[in-house]
Design a protein around this ligand. Sequence first.
Ligand code: HEC
Length: 100
Amino acid sequence: MTEHIAKPAIEDLLYAINSKSAAKLDWERVKSKSLAISEVGNLQMLRGTRGQPERVAVSESLRDHGKSLFEVAESRDVAVAKSRLEAISENCTNCHRAYR
Ligand code: HEC
């Protein structure tokens, strides 16, 4: 179920951050999508609590990276935004590798 939030959100972030020049970057979009990603972290955390501490940890990390990307969007730092987006993608991959 959360994939219907996570997938469009990360696709929008990849497009907004990687395919636009810094001057044209839609930071408001980055803000709203990064919060959606952060909430996916919260929702995933609820699902992984039974005997799966790594799943909880990666969910927390996703929540924190989403929040951090929101803050980066407020300061409009493209380089840091790219690195946060990479960290988010790694969170998705890490959990899927183990639990999907
Ligand atoms: C903490 C674990 C966890 C994290 C983090 C996570 N997912 Fe998932 N995801 C799952 C699991 C488990 C499934 C299998 C279906 C289900 O249980 O909902 C899944 C399924 C999906 C699907 C459905 C299609 C498929 O191939 O099964 C998509 C799309 C998806 N995730 C996208 C994402 C994206 C994008 C992110 C990162 C922003 C993400 N997920 C982060 C655990 C996670």
